[in-house]
Design a protein around this ligand. Sequence first.
Ligand code: UD1
Length: 364
Amino acid sequence: MNPILLVVGARPNFMKMAPLHSEIKKRNLPVLLLHTGQHYDEDMSKVFFDDLGMPEPDIYLGVGSASHAKQTAKIMIDFEEICIKEKPSIVVVAGDVNSTIACALVATKLSIPVGHVEAGLRSFDMNMPEEINRILTDRISNLLFTPSKDANENLINEGMNKESIKLVGNIMIDSLLNNIEKSSASKIHNKIKVEKENYALITLHRPSNVDYEDNLSRIVNAIEIISEDIKIVFPIHPRTANMIEKFGLESRINQIPNLVLTKPLGYLDFLALIKHSKVVLTDSGGLQEETTSLGIPCITLRDNTERPITIEQGTNVLVGNKTEKITIEWENICRNGGKSGRIPELWDGKTSERITNAIVDFLK
Ligand code: UD1
């Protein structure tokens, strides 16, 4: 059997591929792990391999940062050569980053089957580069691994073949459950001097929030107001750090006494921080799911989400990026503790097994 080629590129891919890589290895199937290098800083990439116990990639393309077109094109050129050389039996991509669509497009044009992990999610917001990546990747994938029923419905509404859709559950939760106990050894709370259960955690990196001065400034207003009530931990994504500098917001941010700024954190430290936070404020997709799984209230600083199940069943609330909407939701949580929520079906830690079964069946 030719190898199953798993693609990772950016931070949110690593926790989705680690459990799948491990499951495929466990079954002694041939597998190659390829990292495009879309994310390359040690704290955006290598630390996740270490924390997740994922071996070094077999192939590293080292494409780095660039405009959408340049980054996608560079990945495609290099990945085509790899596919021709390695002749994978299937290419498996995850999520919605540029590496996902780039590698799916190359493989499908070489008549190599494509599996898409986290298929069918839709924000219905074509201003998000991720939404474009999701729709196009799904359209050309042979196996569509969906995390929840809403994703199946989206794919069926788009006319995708029912046979190709496999409801397998949420693979991020495999990583979360595999690592939550290990994360209790993290010393991050001591290191950054915050008391467990008595801080808010914020992450920001969506271009719609951080690339526009007005929007970023409105969120900083909310941070100023909330920090009068509670310590706020803010691990800063490199895109956000660049924008804070560009808009000259550093001195304002540095003056907020209750704000703890850190570099991007590794997986285990970050899991420990989520688990013991009073509330999470975020524009990330994955964090909406991790908070639902851990029962932590989540205030999402976006107008839409491709993960509606976290609102319908979980602890998530959408508020956008207006100062007042954010602070009103914080006050609600202070008053009533936030939504309790429940864990969605098939978010059970066995998604990588179900995906591997489906791949094995498909390749028979
Ligand atoms: C990418 C994904 C986004 C995902 C996010 C998670 C796309 C279109 N976007 O966005 O879906 O939620 O990753 O982090 O694929 N940079 C560094 N070091 C790095 C990587 C990036 O300093 O290791 C800086 C560079 O200045 C770069 C900027 O961050 O230009 C943005 O990186 P990029 O990969 O283009 O997009 P993200 O915002 O990280």
